[in-house]
Design a protein around this ligand. Structure first.
Ligand SMILES: Nc1ncnc2c1ncn2[C@@H]1O[C@H](COP(=O)(O)OP(=O)(O)OP(=O)(O)O)[C@@H](O)[C@H]1O
Ligand SMILES: [Mg+2]
Length: 387
């Protein structure tokens, strides 16, 4: 059980059932406590020894969890709690020394954070993902050539192929025109060399992540550019983990032992990855994660300031909504649409009653209940504080 906080009405402790996979939405306006609450979930999940806990962290809010929350010791005292950090492993897309510089890597390590490079297997991006990545239309000769090549490699190289293998394959295909070859190779060379994201040999992601720590993926090292490398990382991770866990589930059902754990995936600023009304590389794999992930034990926690900017399919799958203070009319309306029959009032009625930071309306489909909760203080240091 996740210990979330106290019921504002009667002071009773509020627990969230985490024995089954869950899809959780945390929303609220700027500074209302979304990332902080996400951190409470991550702290609570550290009690489990059967699940990987991964946070995709574009805002760099979560590496500080390794430190105790000394800033709110008074508050913790009121709650009968003590400040305490949790183990953190920091996964850095690319080479950590290149991304951060030596001094920062050293500072992380001095805090007890293990800094680990994270590299993507090119084969985990499907052929149409490659087209989206480069913004190439399948109806063009170049698009068709790339699609054909990646599909071919995926069939012939079950375990691994590199970006250089894609390039070699393009050169050796007599059906691809010279102009397409040049344009594609230019893009692929950029992907292979400049982005520093793809691996040149097979990496099993399950060996990169660890149980018993918060696996923080620092997406903040990647710029928000025309090519969304953050989405690329999210897409590849989500697809690979989904596939592995789904296979493991089948094995478990057949009585075959597996070592692929259940997974809790937390994504802050989720509108970047599952936007409403536009495409994003990670969107389709994340929709599959929430829609088909329950049975294999894949949970999702997303946080966003604008629920209206999150894909409807994802929203409709959420079985727990945690809404902090919201005032913008369009956001209230977007959340209000998530009201359920079992509630005695619409969501906007409850939202109006929120006034303090850390308070939230919690709508739990498992319990079919609505509660106004004061989320408990964090034991570990929150990283999103404004200066
Ligand atoms: N449950 C809580 N108990 C005590 N303090 C809290 C609580 N929740 C939030 N706060 C305080 O509110 C501040 C803002 O919270 P947080 O960074 O989570 O906001 P946010 O909703 O993620 O904002 P943004 O949209 O800017 O990312 C925190 O720095 C913390 O001091
Ligand atoms: Mg935040």
């Amino acid at each position: 059980m996740i210990e979330l906080g106290r019921d504002r009405l009667n002071g009773g402790e509020v627990f969230i059932d985490d024995s089954r996979a869950r899809a959780i939405l945390i929303c609220g306006k700027r500074g209302s406590g979304k990332s902080y609450t996400m951190g409470v979930f991550l702290e609570e999940l550290m009690r489990r020894d059967d699940a990987l806990v991964i946070a995709l962290d574009p805002m760099r809010n979560f590496h500080t969890m390794v430190l105790p929350n000394t800033e709110q010791e008074r508050l913790l005292w009121d709650w009968n709690m003590v400040a305490e950090g949790v183990p953190v492993r920091l996964l850095v897309p690319g080479d950590p020394y290149r991304r951060y510089g030596q001094e920062i890597v050293k500072a992380f390590e001095e805090r007890g954070i293990e800094v680990v490079p994270l590299r993507l297997n090119p084969g985990d991006l499907p052929p149409d993902g490659w087209l989206d990545l480069f913004g190439i239309d399948i109806a063009t000769p170049m698009g068709l050539a790339l699609y054909r090549t990646v599909s071919k490699l995926q069939r012939s190289h079950e375990k691994f192929f590199s970006v250089q293998d894609i390039i070699a394959e393009i050169y050796s295909d007599p059906l691809i025109r010279e102009t397409s070859i040049q344009a594609l190779v230019l893009r692929l060379e950029t992907a292979a060399n400049d982005w520093d994201l793809f691996s040149t040999r097979y990496h099993d992601l399950l060996e990169v992540f660890q149980i018993g720590v918060v696996n923080v993926v620092d997406l903040g090292v990647l710029e928000v550019g025309r090519v969304s490398l953050r989405n690329l990382v999210a897409a590849v991770l989500v697809r690979d983990l989904f596939r592995k866990r789904r296979e493991a589930r089948l094995q478990e059902e057949l009585g075959i032992p597996t070592d692929v754990p259940k997974i809790w995936l937390a994504i802050d600023e989720a509108q970047e990855f599952v936007p409403a009304g536009k495409s994003a590389l990670a969107k389709e794999p994340l929709i599959q994660w929430v829609k088909e992930g329950r049975q294999p034990g894949l949970s999702l926690i997303i946080a966003s300031q604008q629920p209206g900017a999150i894909d409807k399919e994802v929203l409709s799958q959420c079985d727990l909504i945690l809404c902090h203070k919201v005032t913008a009319l369009e956001d209230v309306e977007a959340i209000n649409k998530l009201s359920h029959d079992y509630m005695s009032h619409e969501l906007r009625h409850y939202i109006r009653q929120l006034d303090r930071t850390g308070e939230a309306v919690v709508v739990d489909d498992f319990q079919e209940a609505v509660t106004i909760v004061q989320v408990r203080p964090r034991k570990s240091k929150h990283g999103g504080t404004e200066v």
